[in-house]
Write a protein that binds this ligand. Sequence first.
Ligand code: FPP
Ligand code: MG
Length: 308
Amino acid sequence: MVLSDKRQMSQKERHFDLAAYLQERQTLVEAALDRSLPVIYPEKIYEAMRYSLLAGGKRLRPILCLATCELIGGTIEMAMPTACALEMIHTMSLIHDDLPAMDNDDYRRGKLTNHKVYGEDIAILAGDGLLAYAFEHVAIETKDVPYDRLLRIVAILGRAVGAAGLVGGQVVDLESEGKTEVCLETLNFIHNHKTAALLEASVTSGSILAGVSDADLQRLTHYAQHIGLAFQIVDDVLDITATQEELGKTAGKDLRAQKATYPSVWGLEESKQQAQVLVQKAKAELAGFGDRAKPLIAIADFITARTH
Ligand code: FPP
Ligand code: MG
């Protein structure tokens, strides 16, 4: 082999094809989600639950869960029920977030929102049904994982959903709407709870299923907290810079709803820079994992590079 071939080969080996990786994982997750929730009597509620659960999306939370489980030496099979549960919880939070009592949104993931299709009553129940089913699914379907680890997963999911997580973040978000002066501390509270908490649960649950050490769990938790906040900053930026087609949901609505956002505090350029800094910090936490951390590193970069 000549030197240039060798150089090309090692560059190829070093290159990680994130698009192919995400595509492969998304396909696995879609199939598992589809299998997880068959339609039985009363059909209407199962159809409403499936309508939002199978509406596409990046499937970032399940993919993070699978990736961290594999990073620590576990298998995709061990983590798939938890990965699906994370997507069920995320989906239910979006169904409720879109309701007229909250953000009153008409579009999500490029489709009409759940309540626009099934009515508010069924949309509330579809969210409740998905939330309860997430926990049942983890408990019933997880195989080859010791019970003490499984119990930790249930606690992590519960905490991420409740007042210490999504619900708490959403409450402060709703309270802050229309307020002209929202300080950075409040903004960070909202997003650490509303967005980062479930991303953190995705990363920690995957690694706990595989039997992670305390030291590695701490590194991965920091990684997740940094990408969680970066993800939200980028979300706020995209709400201003992207189109409805790119986002699959209404664009520009933060400004219209007078929502406190990172661009409203820092401006657009500073927000983009802060997201970059957080992604660099997240990647630094993975230094000790070597090549095995490539998927998580690429996912961190993808967060600031994404357009939707
Ligand atoms: C989207 O935020 C909303 C969330 C990330 C979560 C909202 C949480 C709840 C409604 C609590 C749900 C209840 C339980 C029990 C978990 P956004 O409105 O800023 O973003 P969007 O533009 O995508 O709507
Ligand atoms: Mg919303």
